[in-house]
Design a protein around this ligand. Structure first.
Ligand code: HMG
Ligand code: MG
Length: 297
């Protein structure tokens, strides 16, 4: 198994979408520019969703046009439909992500359609993305449980994951949206999925609501997963998943990977600086235990 782990920084999107403080374009740009200096190779810098649904992301177009793009860094965005993709293209995003769920109710609450309708909606989107040479990532939410339906079967997850692979997503991020998963269940899910899908096509996306995210990432790494989503300072949540706390803090993941002798290519000090910056702007406590423990310069 490779010693390299790819981190997908989702703080500017998953993090900021759920903060009550709506930041200015300049504050978001500064955050992303600081993240660009850390060695992170992919930064999810915003989303092209309805501003009525998620007002925090309303300035994503301006943000994409103002960031300083670092060579070798992919700046990606969420696009739930054609309108979102069209806007993302005019903002010159490098990559897009579509998102659905393994729970019908969550899918309705999050993107106002059934799972089946979401897949139908994505088919023309995939074609347009392909025409623009944009890689498309897929997210499946609620893989470990749903805030409305409770337990979600591995079969439901697998069915949705396969649909996204079949329509052309190069990678599927398994979202534990409300952070209810535990290590054995995570392993069982991934092992089942890898009977049909190569592990290199899977990523994990843990929210830390129940404090299980690092253990779940460790369990995922043991199954061969090498792509992990995380959010600087543990920002985040999901506006349509009540109680979902932040994503696992990227700083804490980097610290764990360093200890395991796995390479993320990320400079922990620079990352801590970026996380501290955004917490100051949001006037919130840092959600990274590593950042809290780390001596200030
Ligand atoms: P809808 O209301 O069904 O859309 O929303 P519609 O097509 O009927 O359009 C209604 C209005 O929205 C129209 O405007 C459209 O132009 C506009 P009006 O005529 O009323 O003025 N509209 C848009 N505006 C901007 N950008 C767009 C767009 N599309 C339509 N792309 C829709 C459907 C999907 C748009 C809506 O439900 C939505 O925006 N949902 C996004 C919710 C969201 O962002 N959730 C958080 C991200 S997912 C997540 O966090 C989970 C994840 O982290 C993984 C995990 O943790 O599990 C990825
Ligand atoms: Mg999320």
């Amino acid at each position: 198994m490779s010693d390299n782990v790819k981190l997908i920084e989702v703080g500017p999107r998953d993090g900021l979408q759920n903060e009550t403080t709506v930041l200015s374009i300049a504050q978001k740009v500064q955050f992303i520019d600081l993240l660009s200096k850390t060695g992170l190779k992919t930064i999810e810098a915003g989303s092209f969703v309805s501003p009525k649904w998620v007002p925090q992301m309303a300035t994503s177009h301006e943000v994409f046009q103002s960031i300083v793009r670092t060579a070798g860094v992919t700046y990606s965005a969420l696009t739930p439909n054609m309108k979102g993709l069209e806007q993302a293209i005019t903002a010159s995003v490098d990559e897009v992500a579509i998102f659905t769920a393994a729970s019908e109710t969550f899918c309705q609450k999050n993107i106002n359609c059934s799972i089946e309708q979401s897949i139908e909606r994505f088919i023309p989107l995939m074609a347009l993305a392909k025409a623009h040479n944009l890689k498309v990532r897929g997210y499946v939410s609620c893989v470990m449980g749903c805030p409305y339906e409770g337990a979600i079967s591995h079969k439901q997850v697998a069915d949705t994951v396969k649909q996204l692979v079949n329509i052309g997503c190069y990678e599927i991020s398994l979202g534990d949206t409300i952070g209810v998963g535990t290590a054995h269940n995570v392993k069982a899910l991934i092992k089942g999925l890898t009977n049909e899908i190569d592990v290199s096509q899977l990523a994990v996306h843990f929210h830390d609501t129940y404090g299980q995210a690092l253990a779940n990432i460790y369990a995922s790494l043991e199954t061969g997963i090498r792509t992990v989503d995380a959010s600087a300072a543990g920002l985040g949540g999901c506006p349509y998943a009540k109680g979902a706390s932040g994503n696992v803090a990227t700083e804490d993941v980097v610290y764990m990977l360093n200890g395991l002798g796995l390479n993320s290519g990320v400079d922990l000090n620079q990352l801590i600086d970026a996380g501290r910056y955004i917490c100051q702007q949001l006037n919130r406590q840092n959600g990274s235990k590593v950042a809290i423990a780390h001596p200030t310069k």
